[in-house]
Design a protein around this ligand. Structure first.
Ligand code: CP3
Length: 352
């Protein structure tokens, strides 16, 4: 283990262990708003970058150099593992993942075989190995949670309402659970392989789980995310569990087996804290749009998140969702400096 991994404030915060300065990184920190990313993308397609370890590693490193964040996140996508199985999925710039023939019938389950990471995702694992050599901060590996990946397969692309996903869930529960079991197996295999190759933490993105009621989440989704998170426990790395619009699900997402729960911008952090059991940390939750405001406004909002984190050593500063394309990189750099300057922990965590 590199010495930096032992002394990382990010890993300490994920584990609720004593450290001095609040760690910070940004979801979607790689790409989009960075001119150096756009420059690479002007010459290479998105999928080409993901499939070329030297390029994917470079794009992962860009925000670490520019912002001085306390963690890097692997450059890839939540649909990369299922796409590697040849199911007819592509990522369209400006749109997101699109599936030629969406999954709607029981027979579609046969299109998903088990993932063999060494054979199916060698480029992702090589990117991880390059990064672990180059980075002096921890690398976060990640995967899409079964529900969020299922939503792309069933809807055929991005959705606002997830009608078809819910229709399958409510009308054919057996097929739903079989699909979720397959996706959980793929998710788990991908995360295990990233950790085996050197990732120091993992984030499970259930970005769209907030579309569900708590009881539907508990019945149709939580068992599968729980399987992924609990089976990863023996990998020994912190597990972050994130979703958007999940204010009503925070307790259930913690209970699924997370070390840290992502909080979006809708719930004030101190309020979110009361919904998450002791022993589980928080990550978030500055409104990603707040950084588009004049600096005085940004500064006050950053300070407010820090104040609401209460000096606890189990908080990781982040946005409530990903960096927006219009974000000025210089503002994010200033946010990192401010969090490092003002974000002090009191070194203790309440007994859970
Ligand atoms: O910086 C990072 O966070 C690392 C890389 C990363 C990407 N996608 C790169 C990407 C990560 C962690 C993701 C996760 C992801 N992908 C999620 C979960 C995070 C979230 O926002 O909730 C989701 C839902 C997806 C699916 C997806 N892929 C979407 C919605 C899009 C955006 C379409 C667009 O262009 O706005 C993508 C494509 C994608 N993934 C891009 C990037 C940098 C843009 C592609 C490009 O460069 O043209």
């Amino acid at each position: 283990m590199p010495p930096t991994t032992r002394t990382s404030s990010f890993l300490a915060a994920c584990r609720g262990e004593a450290h001095d300065t609040v760690p910070v990184w940004f979801m979607r920190q790689a790409g989009r708003s960075l001119p150096e990313y756009r420059e690479i993308r002007s010459r290479h397609g998105f999928e080409e970058v993901v499939h070329t370890p030297e390029l994917a590693a470079e794009v992962t490193l860009q925000p670490v150099r520019r912002y001085g964040v306390d963690a890097a996140i692997l450059f890839s996508d939540i649909v990369t593992p299922v796409a590697s199985l040849g199911i007819g999925l592509e990522i369209r710039p400006g749109v997101g993942p699109v599936v030629d023939e969406p999954f709607r019938r029981p027979a579609d389950l046969d299109r998903l075989r088990d993932l063999e990471p060494d054979e199916d995702l060698p480029y992702v694992l090589e990117t991880v190995r390059i990064l672990v050599r180059e980075l002096d901060v921890p690398l976060i590996g990640f995967a899409g949670a079964p529900f969020t990946v299922a939503s792309y397969l069933i809807e055929g692309g991005p959705s606002k309402t997830y009608d078809r996903t819910k229709a399958l869930m409510f009308s054919d529960e057996a097929t739903w659970h079989r699909l979720m079991e397959r996706l959980a197996g793929i998710t788990l295999a991908s995360l295990r392989a990233q950790v085996a190759n050197g990732a120091s933490a993992v984030q499970l993105f259930d970005s769209w789980a907030g579309a569900l009621t708590p009881s539907d989440y508990e019945r149709y989704v939580q068992p599968h995310s729980r399987r992924v998170l609990t089976e990863l426990a023996d990998a020994g790395v912190p597990r972050i569990h994130f979703g958007v619009g999940t204010g009503e699900l925070l307790g259930l997402m913690a209970d699924a087996g997370a070390d840290v729960v992502g909080v979006d911008w809708r719930v004030p952090l101190d309020d979110a804290r009361t919904r998450i059991p002791e022993g589980v940390g928080t990550q978030g939750n500055l409104d990603a749009a707040a950084v588009l405001a004049p600096w005085e406004v940004v500064e006050a909002r950053v300070r407010d998140v820090l104040r609401r984190s209460g000096g606890r050593p189990d908080h990781v500063f982040n946005l409530g969702h990903g960096v927006l394309p219009a974000t000025d990189p210089d503002v994010l750099a200033r946010v990192v400096d401010q969090v490092h300057r003002e974000g002090r922990t009191d070194g203790t965590v309440a007994d859970g």
